[in-house]
Design a protein around this ligand. Structure first.
Ligand code: ADP
Ligand code: MG
Length: 777
């Protein structure tokens, strides 16, 4: 032990010498100068001393002040922290993989090192670290996974949980686990960091832990709400008080042409205004009426107008546009590329910033553009706090973000663009004032801003809890309800009950809420339990190859692209993959054809012609390999994949696997006249999403559709579905009971129950018992 300690000590002193040499080199000096200009650097000594005095420290500071890149480095460089034991090992978690990668690259380069030396990263499917890595950036999910094998986080001296203000479900869960761990590991330090922080909430959660605020400095940013923007272009937006008989709600009137619309909620009247603003601007410019208005893409023309104004009249400086999601970023980009000024590469560098951008895009984003070229970055809310682009002077804020929520009463997930919180607005605005005074354009009137909530609801209160419950069980953290009652904010009881009930239905938990053998396998697989179940079925029934593709395909963004203006062409392209009344099998067919094309190096072309996302295809490819190796690790598959190809494409088995995984996500198909409707267990009305292959059929050859999830947008939709026959549902879905008539069915309380004649029931039950034994063994 003494020898090991000595070697480690030698190595850390070597590392320190290297650092000193780097900091004295010309490049190193330049970087050090930049680092010392950051507000966090000025607090270095105070931060380090607070860390050494406290087990838990909460640090807040304006975005871009240097928390993420500097605080871990301070610890790494500090003599006292290095002398603790054999050196320090820091884990810094990030809510998003792209942030973990980009930050680790930055920190390594600030230290004049290659990634994978002292600084490394680990995210799903990717990682880079070596034996000298003492600072690891990873996603929160990776740390939770590590806790499975290494409950005490052996050797880890510091845990930094970053971006804590986002209140992701994983972060909230991690905090409960860490709180227990801190009590039995007094030498472990926990540092929570955030841009805007309800410091009190976190401090009192960790027994009045110390808090620290890094004083920030930003230049003033001028705010322009919609009315100001319109006024700039010669319009006036005024409250129309004639309509005030509905209470405080106000209708906004924009010049005389504005159509007087029905008054519903504030937000929709504002959307009318935006629509009108768009309409007016558009018709003013082109004398054409706006034939296609897409309500999901609020204010495209307005954005184009503002961008154009800035490019033509304003001082230099980059522009950051906050959009709702990847789809509208893409759509806006396509639109801007048809504009004479904005598409001119000598004047504009147009970039997209979202969760799956590649590293070239990332690098371009941080670099200064050539002289005379203006950088425009179209971003999701990832650019709100995780990623700081230095030279932004102008911000355009659409005011919305996609928020997923969970309706426990109807057991439905909702994914809706919603207005952001006031805190987010401040964040977005602040991005404009980092290098000089800035301008922020909000695409909504001030009165809408006034109606925003202060903070967003934490994820744990608005997400389904199945995976979380399974994790609680696998980490042996006791009773699910008791554990969740100790969270920062506890979820609704009904949401917890639904999750437990679901886990019992799929056989992951037994009656007493203990993990079954199946449940234990599912905890090792890094995907939703239903998808894990599907994989296990694929192994047992020798149809793993297509199931791997389906499970990987469901874990990525929709691989089928539907550009707004080429919807028909895209759907025609998709129809060549959809002969099976199954969206899941369409993924398999698309992937297999892409893979064939890849052999001739023509994969990209193939995607382009067939409206497939090449990025998604590559991720599916990588995930298949990862899942297969995990199945090997837990001993479900032997090394030789070809041995399980025998019945690979037996359609009956594949449908069975899909049903086995997705049940109780099932609805019955009711044919009437020349069409069909769907009836769910809850007897609610559901529709097929227009992108589903089944939405274009008039009849379905089987009486059931199984689906991944119901999503409430305005109505309740099923996104991906697969038609399955009765016998599959009898064997792998609903319960079987003895009845006296031939066969009848009950759908209630979330279950399907078939009543069949006693002899038939006996037969099916005995087959099912054998199948269960097989699956649970
Ligand atoms: P915080 O975590 O407080 O928001 P960061 O530590 O992420 O701040 O960033 C500090 C500074 O380092 C910012 O000014 C940012 O622009 C700069 N920076 C961060 N990452 C990069 C990068 N990859 N390339 C260039 N500059 C970067
Ligand atoms: Mg940060």
């Amino acid at each position: 032990r003494a020898v090991v300690e000595r070697i480690l000590c030698q190595r850390s002193s070597q590392m320190r010498d290297q650092q000193r040499a780097w900091q004295e080199s010309p490049d190193g000096r330049k970087i050090l100068e930049f680092r010392s200009s950051l507000p966090a650097y000025k607090e270095k000594e105070a931060i380090l001393s607070a860390i050494s005095r406290n087990q838990v420290l909460i640090i807040s500071g304006e975005t871009g002040c240097g928390k993420t890149t500097q605080v871990p480095q301070f610890i790494l460089e500090s003599e006292t922290e290095l002398l603790r034991g054999a050196g320090c090992n820091i884990i810094c978690t990030q809510p998003r993989r792209i942030a973990a990668i980009s930050v680790s690259e930055r920190v390594a380069s600030e230290r004049g090192e290659k990634l994978g030396e002292t600084v490394g990263y680990k995210v799903r499917l990717e990682g880079m670290r070596g034996r000298d890595t003492h600072l690891l950036f990873c996603t929160t999910g990776i740390l939770l996974r590590r806790l499975l094998d290494d409950k005490n986080l052996k050797g880890i001296t510091h845990i930094i949980v970053d971006e804590i203000h986002e209140r992701g479900i994983n972060e909230d869960f991690l905090l409960v686990v860490l709180k227990d761990l801190l009590a039995c590991k007094p030498e472990l330090k926990l540092i929570l960091m955030s841009a805007t922080l309800d410091a009190e909430l976190f401090s009192s959660y960790f027994n009045s832990a110390s808090t620290m605020k890094i004083p920030g400095f930003t230049y003033p940013v001028r705010t322009h709400f919609l009315e100001d923007i319109l006024e700039m272009s010669g319009y006036r937006l005024t409250p129309d008080n004639q309509f005030d008989d509905y209470g405080q709600e106000r209708i906004w009137k924009m010049n005389k042409q504005m159509p007087r619309k029905r008054k519903s909620q504030l937000s929709s009247s504002v959307e009318d205004v935006l629509r009108a603003a768009d309409f007016n601007y558009y018709s003013l410019q082109t004398r054409e009426s706006l034939s296609c208005w897409n309500p999901d893409c609020i204010g495209f023309n307005l954005i184009e107008y503002i961008l154009c104004n800035i490019c033509e009249d304003e001082r230099p400086g980059s522009i950051l546009v906050f959009m709702i999601g990847w789809e509208d970023i893409n759509a806006l980009k396509e639109k801007l590329l048809t504009h004479p000024v904005l598409s001119d590469p000598n004047r504009v560098l147009l970039l997209m910033c979202h969760g799956s951008m590649d590293s070239l895009e990332q690098r371009l984003m941080f670099e200064e553009p050539e002289a005379g070229v203006r950088k425009i970055v179209l971003a999701t809310n990832i650019a709100e706090t995780s990623i700081t682009i230095n030279d932004i002077v102008f911000v355009i804020d659409c005011g919305k973000a996609k928020e997923s929520s969970y309706d426990a009463l109807n057991n439905t997930r909702c994914l809706l663009p919603t207005w952001i919180s006031k805190v987010s607005v401040q964040q977005r605005k602040g991005r404009a004032g980092r290098v000089q005074p800035g301008e922020c354009y909000h695409l909504y009137p001030r009165c809408v801003y006034d109606s925003f909530t202060e903070h967003q609801l934490p994820e744990i209160l608005r997400m389904p809890l199945q995976s979380l419950c399974l994790q609680i069980k696998s980490l042996k953290l006791g009773s699910i309800s008791e554990f969740l009652s100790r969270a920062l904010q506890s979820p609704e009881i009904l949401a917890v009950q639904n999750a437990i009930e679901y886990l019992k239905t799929i056989g992951a938990l037994d009656k007493n809420e203990n993990l079954t053998i199946l449940g234990r396998q599912l905890t090792v697989l890094p995907m939703e339990p239903k998808l894990g179940k599907m994989l296990i079925f694929g192994v047992i029934f020798n149809c793993l190859d297509p199931i791997l593709t389906i499970v990987a395909g469901l874990s990525v963004r929709d691989p089928f692209l539907t550009p707004l203006d080429k919807k028909d062409l895209a759907q025609a392209a998709k129809s060549q993959f959809s002969h099976d009344y199954s969206d899941h099998l369409a993924i398999v067919r698309a992937y297999d054809s892409w893979k064939d094309a890849e052999i001739d190096n023509a994969g990209h072309d193939y995607c382009w012609k067939n409206f497939l996302s090449p990025q998604s295809m590559k991720v599916i490819d990588a995930l298949r390999v990862e899942f297969l190796s995990l199945l090997k690790d837990i001993g479900l598959v032997d090394g030789n994949m070809s041995s399980c190809n025998a019945w690979s494409y037996d359609m009956y088995l594949i449908r069975a696997a899909i049903c086995y995984g997705l049940y109780p996500g099932i609805c019955s198909v009711v044919h009437k006249d020349n069409s069909f409707s769907l009836k769910t267990m809850e007897d609610g009305k559901v529709l097929l999403h227009s992108n589903s292959v089944n939405a274009r059929e008039t009849t379905i050859p089987y009486p059931w559709l199984v689906f991944n999830e119901k999503i409430k947008v305005n109505s309740v939709f099923l996104r991906d579905s697969t038609a399955v026959p009765d016998s599959v549902v009898l064997l792998f879905g609903g319960r079987i009971s003895k009845g006296d008539t031939d066969c009848h069915l009950k759908m209630s309380g979330g279950y399907l129950e078939f009543f069949v004649k006693p002899a038939v029931a006996d037969m099916y039950q005995s087959i099912r018992k054998d199948l269960d034994k097989l699956i649970h063994s």
